[in-house]
Design a protein around this ligand. Structure first.
Ligand code: ADP
Length: 220
């Protein structure tokens, strides 16, 4: 198999991060998340971090020019020569176009993994999340319920629903995601041979989701 640049597209709550970790372990290629890289830079107080902090805090997108440079630098490191998983990038058509040139130069084949999940499932899943206001532990009423209803196992404190897990906020995030991602999906569907779509179901386990993602990616 020619080394690949695997681009993950999937809405918040689709389990994209978990799938990315499994794929990275299975194919032994690095998982590059632009969100993680930018957050690390903010934390370390680098020049880049100082430049992007305000934009990130406002929940806005960092400029194409900056993110493109971050990714180009990361892809130039030797561990990416045998392939890479890109998570959270590209986010705009402009980024996708620049990436095309970078990947051609690096001799990496573009593979798209588009994870779709019924939005009602996402709303139910994220809406079932509860957190402990004291220790930050996260529970899920569907898949990881606390021992005693409504109370943290560790702290005994009353569990809360985080603001971004409230139904109207989740729906707003999904609409924003759609507006951002649909053009990218169309862009790649039209030009990439290995465009793979997998459906994340309500009843499937993380292991099953990882297995079907691996099968989809391995398809020539
Ligand atoms: P989220 O799902 O919360 O958007 P990410 O970890 O993917 O989380 O990104 C966090 C922040 O980093 C974004 O809100 C944005 O400010 C910045 N960011 C990450 N990737 C990109 C990108 N490809 N283009 C522009 N900004 C980005």
């Amino acid at each position: 198999m020619k080394p690949i640049a695997l681009i993950l597209l999937g809405p918040p709550g689709s389990g994209k991060g978990t799938v990315a970790k499994s794929l990275s372990a299975h194919f032994a290629i690095p998982h590059v998340s632009t969100g993680d890289i930018l957050r690390e830079n903010v934390k370390a107080g680098t020049e880049l971090g100082k430049e992007v902090k305000a934009v990130m805090d406002a929940g806005k997108l960092v400029s194409d020019q900056l993110v493109n440079r971050v990714v180009e630098d990361r892809l130039a490191r030797p561990d990416c020569a045998k392939g890479v998983i890109l998570d959270g990038y590209p986010r705009t058509i402009e980024q996708a176009k620049v990436l095309d040139g970078v990947l051609a130069k690096a001799a990496l084949e573009t593979v798209i993994l588009y994870i779709t999940v019924d939005y009602e499932v996402i709303v139910r899943r994220l809406g079932a999340r509860r957190s402990c206001p004291v220790c930050g532990a996260v529970y899920n009423l569907i898949s990881k319920a606390p021992k005693k209803a409504g109370v943290c196992d560790v702290e005994g404190a009353e569990l809360i629903t985080r603001n971004d897990d409230k139904e109207d906020v989740i729906r707003k995030r999904l609409v924003a995601y759609d507006e951002q991602t649909q053009p990218l999906v169309d862009f790649y569907r039209a030009r990439v041979k290995r465009f793979r779509e997998v459906v994340g179901g309500e009843t499937t386990t993380p292991e099953e989701n990882a297995a079907s993602a691996i099968r989809a990616v391995e398809q020539e």
